[in-house]
Design a protein around this ligand. Sequence first.
Ligand code: SAH
Ligand code: SF4
Ligand code: F3S
Length: 440
Amino acid sequence: MAGQKTFYLETFGCQMNVHDSEKVIGTLEQQGYARVETEEAADLILYNTCSIRDKAEQKVFHRLNDYKALYKQGKRFGVLGCVAQQEGERIFERAPFVSLVSGSASYRRLPEMLVQIEQGATRVTGLDDRQTEETFETEFTARSNPHRGYITIIEGCDKFCAYCVVPYTRGKERSRRSESVLAEARRMAGAGYTEIQLLGQNVNSYRDPEGKHSFAELLAAVGEVPGIRRVRFTTSHPRDFTRDIVEAIDAVPTLCDHVHLPVQSGSSKVLRMMAREYTREQYLERIGWIKGAQRPISMTTDIIAGFPGETAEDFEETLGLLDEVQYDGVFAFKYSPRPNTPALSMADSIPDEEKSKRLQILLDRQREIQRANYEKHVGQVLEAMVEGVNAARGQVVGRTSQNKTLNFTTGQPIAPAPGVYVPVLVTKAFPNSLVGEAVQ
Ligand code: SAH
Ligand code: SF4
Ligand code: F3S
């Protein structure tokens, strides 16, 4: 590898960032860079950052400060992703040894930005504003898993929820042509992929620029690509969630029986303050559609605890919603005030201690709901896609169509390979995973 340019890339944040990193890695490799596993071994060190909560943002600056010494050895640093777009050139002040700052809307210019760094430029920026119509597609995407992969269908977000940085960090909403999505799905199927996850901050507001497919139609079309056995999609926004999505899941067996539908709060008053554009009742109407499907569909959600003005009664409404919906998983976060967002001007009125308390109550309540939900699978035979092995436990690690972890034994000396589908009898349940035995 003598003389070869090397890079290290670490990813923070959501699936969009994970998939962007796969595209960035492919682009860098195309430019003659080889990826290495440690910062020490790299010429160029990149962090693909997340700014969704303050903690996520702080992590990056801590990390950058840790590596000051490496800069002196001639290494170069780049900050990519949401903190890059949010902080822009201020990053050069906060971390003076950074040479590259680029948000996701500028990645298509990475090759030229790399050349500038190689030529010694110290303040290279890719901070295209939110006006771009383009999406970032590349045929060089370096997917990290050979069996299941992401496809971006929509970038950016125009929702401007009061607490959220995403519309500022990822620019305006722009959809990719359905023909291009389907071509990528077919290419992946041809390369041996069996599971595809369609990605966007709000996949339900997908609008085919050529007007050929609605989101539900695109979903069904991806599910019908020969060779594809599982299709997932994330994230759904309740306001744009339409009944034909459930109808598509009913009609196309490869569409997974799982919907992630972030609610954020069970109180219509708080939802209004959050500018979520739906009420508790409208949300529950959508849940009703999902519960009316022919197959039981697993539901998961996101919740924010302690949004400004959230009273004890509002919080009780959120707990009541958990009981009513019976989610299989909840990602809950304490409200974190973020730069540029409308909620920043509302007083962050709930003390941190109270936010922590509410978060804990919520997670405890949800744990009991999940304990009962997961228990219902005992005695069923579910198909697991193998992800790997847990050698310490002597179990194969698998995932069900409902996106639940299913650890199982096979009674065979050699474990099935990752990517293989195995029917498994569920024998035991925990609040976050299932245990079973392969059916011979
Ligand atoms: N586009 C998706 C998710 C975006 S971010 C949606 O609309 O649901 C993922 C989750 O982070 C959000 O669902 C929300 O629960 C949480 N989140 C976003 N901003 C936050 C903030 N300022 N403080 C705490 N949690 C936040
Ligand atoms: Fe953020 Fe709301 Fe957009 Fe989701 S829909 S990314 S929460 S602004
Ligand atoms: Fe974080 Fe940006 Fe995703 S802020 S959650 S990495 S869109």
